[in-house]
Design a protein around this ligand. Structure first.
Ligand code: GRG
Length: 297
């Protein structure tokens, strides 16, 4: 019998918490404070959207779930690192994340910086240490893919553009470029890495999944912009309304809230169309696309 979506999500979130616990350095091992900060930033919080996308894409590609766990953990560690650094005073300067004090508030700035750095390197260590594919060239390709999605041609590059765009009037294509990199690149990588752990898909199907990842990554950001102005801090677990306060260009500032909602709906439709040729094994990906666009937090 097929488990309903809510239960599938809950079961994977619970099991994956154990996977992350096992991969993170134990808190009593030296340097204790750094290891405690790394665990604080990763464990017990977050929707785990990127890992869920990797699990769902792994299902499409017939992947071994232990391999997908590694890929999903690597992506989530990169995501956690990005949140720790983004919250620091030199960037977004925020005090609340996932319903608790941000890492630099709970620990200190230097520890938060090192925790982010160490989470990033742990992610790449995981991909290098474990076998994720029977094809060594493909495994290298996976490392390359995550590096590109994370660095100056991906998330970090998008963040640099974001920081430079405060108070600027961006055009829609400029805003899209920024978000495809800042938020979209890692979401896209999560889908691809999950699929690369399996071997059922040909190049054309991988390209379809890549396009799905791109569309749903952008939709995620459009919804994030809407929630930043439509939801409250308690629901989001992070400070609401900051984009407008900081004069950040967003889909809401460019299109209005209704226009942004319509854009998310259009991207959602296009993402589902991209999956049209896949059979029921893509069911979880379709459900995740729905969740990403309909979510309230
Ligand atoms: C510091 C290199 C560097 C990059 C930071 C991801 C990012 C780039 C900044 C985070 C700021 C932000 C709120 C971006 C909007 C989209 C986003 C990534 C939201 C947070 O992701 P969720 O909603 O968070 O998946 P949880 O806590 O559920 O994991």
């Amino acid at each position: 019998m097929r488990v309903d979506f809510q239960n599938w999500v809950a079961a994977h979130q619970l099991r994956f918490e154990g996977v992350l616990q096992a991969f993170l350095p134990r808190p009593e091992i030296s340097p204790e404070r750094l290891h405690q900060a790394m665990r604080y930033a990763v464990l017990d919080g977050g929707k785990r959207v990127r890992p869920l996308l990797a699990f769902a894409a792994g299902e499409v590609a017939g992947a071994n779930s232990e391999r997908v766990d590694i890929a999903a953990a690597a992506v989530e560690l990169i995501h956690a690192y990005s949140l720790v650094h983004d919250d620091m005073p030199c960037m977004d300067d925020d005090v609340l994340r996932r319903g608790k004090p941000t890492c630099h508030v709970e620990f200190d700035e230097a520890t938060a910086l090192l925790a982010g750095d160490s989470l990033q390197t742990l992610a790449f260590w995981l991909l290098a240490e474990h076998r994720l594919s029977d094809d060594a060239a493909r495994q290298l390709q996976m490392l390359r893919l995550l590096a590109n999605a994370t660095g100056s041609f991906g998330m970090a590059g998008g963040q640099a553009i974001d920081l430079a765009s405060v108070g600027q009037a961006l055009t829609l294509p400029e805003l899209e470029y920024m978000h495809i990199h800042k938020t979209g690149a890692l979401i896209r990588a999560a889908v691809l890495l999950g699929a690369y752990c399996g071997s059922l898909l040909d190049a054309a199907q991988m390209e379809k999944l890549d396009h799905f990842g791109k569309l749903i990554g952008l939709a995620f950001q459009v919804v994030d912009d809407v929630l930043d102005c439509a939801a409250d801090t308690a629901t989001l677990g992070k400070t609401a309304g900051k984009d407008a306060i900081h004069g950040k260009p967003t889909y809401v500032s460019l299109l209005g809230i209704q226009g942004a909602r319509e854009m998310a709906k259009r991207l959602h439709g296009e993402a589902l169309e991209t999956l049209a040729e896949f059979d029921e094994r893509a069911g979880r990906l379709r459900e995740l696309a729905d969740f990403i666009v309909l979510r309230k937090f």
